[in-house]
Design a protein around this ligand. Structure first.
Ligand SMILES: C[S@@+](CC[C@H](N)C(=O)[O-])C[C@H]1O[C@@H](n2cnc3c(N)ncnc32)[C@H](O)[C@@H]1O
Length: 390
């Protein structure tokens, strides 16, 4: 995920670049030099002139520091709030002046309504409008349960709203605080950079309240996060569209000894071909790809590649991990072969699949806790002195 900047602890609140340029400070370094401080510096610079005039440097420096400090205090009391707003509450979450609005991107975590952070909940309570992004992920509870727990009405924001009507969200954020809720982490395997970039362009400050993401929570199966390669998405095949590009990324990861996290397709607000053709806004029920469906598609690719005489990156016997509803009370993890993933029962959504790369003995011991059959982890090939491969 590309970020706009590499935030320092003091850069939790992001400010539009135009504002940064306007007030002449650099991003991601020191906090801004407010006009008052700049004035203080000018006072300090004038020491050269004083010194030339033969006065004691020490006393002049002290005087200029004092002057700077008085200016600073005065300016703090009277200065334009817009100047200070980008850094207000930085590091804390104290209430802020009502005349400066903010766009908050709030992560909801992975399980249910109670996975929100204390910071996130405080933000929701103070916002005049709260949108719930509803197309990249889901919790185990629906909108009503969230509304009850947060004590706030939520506006559902589907892909259309976010991509085509983001101006409405930003217009609201220009008038008063607005929260945009995202399941997991707002920047974990979801790209809301577009909304952020538009906010920055419109001069609306934004702040991100992070939470757990599937990108880090998969560590619960025992495979170590620093042994993962590129994350991939497995899409639902249709009768006429069966892309295999994700297999090639798995191949690259396996060649490098890395595990592959496969995020599985979600289809919400999908129109049937007929309804699309007739322009009827009738939507199919949501679909969430299961580990079984992902494994079936992968097994078909393995077969295709074998038929073509290719050297295989994975086989039916490759060790995989299926994960369902990570973070929820009824989460399920199952380790076994790709073939076994085709039939393992993990019940309701959301599901993720991991294809293993080289495994450390400790990772293998952890996987045994979740093994469908422990014996599948007994016959691994030693890839080097300390790791094993399936
Ligand atoms: C586009 S990602 C959304 C990521 C989200 N913003 C986050 O930070 O977790 C959605 C995919 O991640 C996986 N996923 C998300 N939450 C999950 C969970 N609790 N358990 C298993 N898989 C999950 C599923 O494969 C799902 O289709």
């Amino acid at each position: 995920m590309r970020t706009l900047s590499s935030p320092t602890p003091r850069d939790i609140v992001h400010t539009p670049t135009s504002e940064a340029q306007k007030y002449g400070y650099q991003k991601n370094t020191e906090p801004p030099l407010l006009p008052s401080v700049v004035k203080g510096r000018r006072a300090s610079c004038s020491a050269t002139a004083w010194r030339r005039a033969g006065l004691q440097v020490g006393s002049v420096t002290a005087a200029s520091l004092l002057l700077g400090s008085v200016y600073w205090r005065l300016a703090r009391a009277t200065s334009d709030r817009r100047i200070r707003s980008p850094f207000r509450g930085s590091g804390s979450h104290a209430p802020h002046p009502a005349d400066t609005s903010m766009l908050y991107l709030v992560g909801l975590g992975l399980g249910d309504a109670t996975d929100i952070t204390v910071k996130g909940l405080e933000v929701i309570k103070q916002c005049s409008r709260v949108y719930l992004e509803s197309y990249t992920s889901i919790l185990t509870v629906g909108k009503e349960a969230l509304e009850e727990f947060y004590g706030k009405e939520l506006l559902l924001a589907d892909r259309e709203t976010v991509e085509q009507e983001s101006d409405d969200i930003l217009k609201a954020a220009g008038d008063s605080d607005v929260a945009f809720l995202v399941v997991g982490d707002p920047f974990g395997a979801t790209t809301h950079s577009d909304l952020v970039l538009r906010a920055v362009k419109a001069g609306i400050p934004y702040r991100v309240i992070h939470n757990a993401s599937i990108m880090n929570a998969v560590g619960c199966c025992g495979l170590q996060l620093y042994n993962f390669g590129e994350t991939i998405s497995i899409v639902f095949w249709t009768d006429t569209w069966k892309p295999e590009s994700f297999y090639d990324k798995i191949k690259k990861n396996r060649q490098n000894g890395m595990h592959t996290l496969c995020l599985l397709d979600i289809k919400v607000k999908e129109q049937s071909y007929e309804n699309l053709m007739r322009g009827k806004k009738i939507y199919e029920p949501p679909r969430y790809m299961s580990v079984n469906q992902a494994a079936e598609q992968l097994l078909e690719i393995v077969k295709n590649r074998r038929d073509r005489g290719e050297e295989l990156a994975i086989t039916e016997k490759t060790i995989c991990v299926g994960l369902a509803r990570v973070g929820a009370a009824d989460q399920k993890i199952a380790a076994g072969t790709l073939q076994q993933m085709g039939t393992v029962e993990l019940s309701g959504p959301l599901h993720s699949l991991i294809i293993t790369g080289c495994m450390h003995p400790l990772e293998i011991d952890m996987l045994k806790l979740f093994a469908i059959e422990e014996s599948c982890l007994d016959n691994l090939t030693m890839s080097d002195s300390s790791t094993y491969f399936s």
